[in-house]
Design a protein around this ligand. Structure first.
Ligand SMILES: NC(=O)c1ccc[n+]([C@@H]2O[C@H](COP(=O)([O-])OP(=O)(O)OC[C@H]3O[C@@H](n4cnc5c(N)ncnc54)[C@H](OP(=O)(O)O)[C@@H]3O)[C@@H](O)[C@H]2O)c1
Length: 159
């Protein structure tokens, strides 16, 4: 399984239920990497998408404990075990914090966009640089958009 996230210098990923910032080049790359693959996400992350609708061109596997929650065009799972029973190996875990933390141990590759800034935050991705179980296998050239510097870094699980 894969995970993909945009983090700031402190591995923060969100604030007040939203992203820290929107970088259009990063959104484009996210679409390129995930299209054609299942995506796994929590109910709160779904709410951050335009119209609260699932992502197109991808099977959306959404977690919610609310028995009344439904999402048109998506599959809703009430617990992790039933989701894992249906999630293919090429799935991308796309957030948020609770889902990253729960599924990181199932992931082999993590695509991180490192944003060279520090934002007020209330949600974080686990710090992979401080974890000997992960190593950087690819670091792309730093990029800049609207004054925000960022870099794509790929981590792989150390066997
Ligand atoms: N920077 C990034 O790359 C990135 C990516 C994605 C999200 N984010 C940010 O992350 C933040 C959201 O993270 P979050 O942790 O608060 O929310 P989340 O993980 O998106 O969603 C949490 C919800 O998912 C459901 N859930 C989680 N684990 C479950 C389980 N084991 N079984 C059944 N349902 C489960 C529950 O839904 P119910 O409450 O309905 O039961 C829970 O309230 C936002 O700020 C968002 O913008 C950032």
């Amino acid at each position: 399984m894969n995970a993909i996230a945009a983090v700031d210098q402190n591995w923060a990923i969100g604030k007040d239920g939203d992203q820290l910032c929107y970088i259009s080049a990063d959104l484009k790359r996210f679409k390129e990497l995930t299209t054609g693959h299942p995506v796994i996400l929590g109910r709160k992350t779904l709410a951050t998408f335009p119209g609260g609708r699932p992502l197109k061109g991808r099977r959306n596997l959404i977690l919610s404990r609310d028995p009344a929650f439904q999402a048109e065009g998506a599959e809703v799972y009430r617990d992790m075990e039933s989701l894992l029973a249906q999630a293919p190996e090429d799935s991308f875990v796309i957030g948020g914090e609770s889902v990253y933390r729960a599924l990181l141990s199932h992931c082999d590759t993590v695509y991180i966009t490192q944003i060279s800034a520090s934002f007020p935050a209330d949600a974080w991705f686990p710090n992979l640089d401080g974890d000997p179980g992960w190593r950087v296998v690819r670091k792309e050239e730093p990029l800049e958009e609207k004054g925000i510097s960022f870099q794509y870094v790929t981590y792989q699980r150390v066997n």
